[in-house]
Structure formats: structure tokens, C-alpha cells
Design a protein around this ligand. Structure first.
Ligand code: E4P
Length: 216
């Protein structure tokens, strides 16, 4: 299972990368705005800065919603750095654009996926990654992890190479449940990754070992 970090915050990306378990980064327009990154030039520089920190895939989201705009924007983003993956929303022109990018060998991440039908369309269009938003489904009393299992099952039935990228993860249990469900990737806030470290018996055990090591 690959771990991506879901942020545009460079310090958090560095921290996750230094932990040695980071495989990539996902961003979206809201995460960029949260860091105060606005305007084409700043956004482009920020994507390149992220690519220079990590060695894996970095999703950069288009904000166009028509085929021509998505294609132009996506090609511009893909040309920035070989690690860039063009993130495309699950809309009609987005599906067309996914197929276009697939045919051109440009990596894609189909975002804002909330159903198995949408995931099937993304796979048919050849998306590199599909991003079901599990936390946002949980927020509306729908089982997000169940959707991950359903998509993994469907992709396995037909051998679709599209990777299931569990997104909108809120806590460490989401990561564990997505791993059990067979997600290829989890994109997480830094806290969800570092919270995996925690166990009181580890702390108690270590304190005892260190105390015993100090005894004569
Ligand atoms: C996915 O790539 C999105 O950036 C993200 O996971 C959305 O998460 P949120 O529901 O916490 O905004």
C-alpha cells in the first residue's frame, strides 16, 4: 500500500518524507488556497517545489470544467515535471479528458468519486488513479470504506490497472480499513499517518526497557 500525503503544506510534506514512508502527494484547489498559494505563477512554482521534495507522484488538479480547458490545463501541468499527475474531476468532460490523457501517456487521478459507477467509468477511461472520498461519504452517513471494497472487487474482476487511491481520509482507522479493503494508495493528512505510531503499551514497554537498561 502506498502512502500519499494530502496537503500543499511544504513543511508537512518534508516531515512525512523524512519519516521515510511517503510515496507521493495529492493536492486540490482548497488545499492550495489554505496555504495562500494563488495565481498561476505561484501555483506552478509550488508544484515544482513539491516535486523537488518527494520522489513519487504529485497530483495537480485542473480547475477547468470543459474538455478543451481541461486538456490545455492538464497538458500544461503535466509538462511541469515528470512526477505530475493531472487530477481531473468526475464529470462528463472530465471522463473524455481522462481518455485523451491516457492515449497521450499522461498520468491522471480522477477525483471527486463517490460511487462504484463513477469508478467504473474512470477505469474505462484509463485513469491511473481513482479517488473515492471516503470521509465525505462518512460525513453523510454512507460507508466510505465499503465503497473502497466495492471498487477493489470490481477492478479485480476485470483486471483494470487503475489504482484505487482512498481519499478524504480523516484518521488512522480509515488507513487500516482501506488497507484491509485492498486500496492501492491512501492519501492522508500528516496526523493520520503519525497517529499510526501510537500505542500506550509501546510507550510503557519502552519506558521499562530504558529504566531496566539503566539499572546496575
Ligand atoms: C483528494 O485527493 C482530496 O484532496 C482530499 O482527500 C479531500 O479530502 P477532504 O474531504 O478532507 O477535503
Amino acid at each position: 500500500m502506498k502512502f500519499f500525503i494530502d496537503t500543499a503544506n511544504l513543511d508537512q510534506i518534508r516531515e512525512a518524507n523524512e519519516l521515510g514512508v511517503l510515496d507521493g502527494v495529492t493536492t486540490n484547489p482548497s488545499l492550495m488556497a489554505k496555504e495562500g498559494i494563488r495565481g498561476d505563477e505561484n501555483i506552478i512554482k509550488h508544484y515544482i517545489d513539491i516535486c523537488n521534495i518527494v520522489s513519487g507522484d504529485v497530483s495537480a488538479e485542473v480547475i477547468s470544467t470543459d474538455f478543451k480547458g481541461i486538456v490545455e490545463e492538464g497538458e500544461r501541468l503535466a509538462a511541469l515535471h515528470p512526477q505530475i499527475v493531472v487530477k481531473v474531476p468526475m464529470i462528463r468532460d472530465g471522463v473524455k479528458a481522462l481518455k485523451y490523457f491516457t492515449d497521450k501517456g499522461i498520468k491522471t487521478n480522477c477525483t471527486l468519486v463517490f460511487s462504484a459507477g463513477q469508478a467504473l467509468l474512470a477505469a474505462k477511461a484509463g485513469a491511473t488513479y481513482v479517488s473515492p472520498f471516503i470521509g465525505r461519504l462518512d460525513d453523510v452517513s454512507t460507508d466510505g470504506v465499503a465503497l473502497i471494497s466495492q471498487i477493489v472487487h470490481i477492478y479485480d474482476n476485470y483486471g483494470f490497472p487503475t489504482q484505487v487511491l482512498a481519499a478524504s481520509i480523516r484518521h488512522p482507522m480509515h488507513i487500516i480499513q482501506c488497507a484491509e479493503a485492498g486500496a492501492d494508495v491512501a492519501t492522508c493528512p500528516l496526523s493520520a499517518i503519525t497517529d499510526l505510531l501510537k500505542h500506550p503499551l509501546t510507550d510503557i514497554g519502552l519506558a521499562k526497557f530504558l529504566a531496566d537498561a539503566g539499572k546496575k
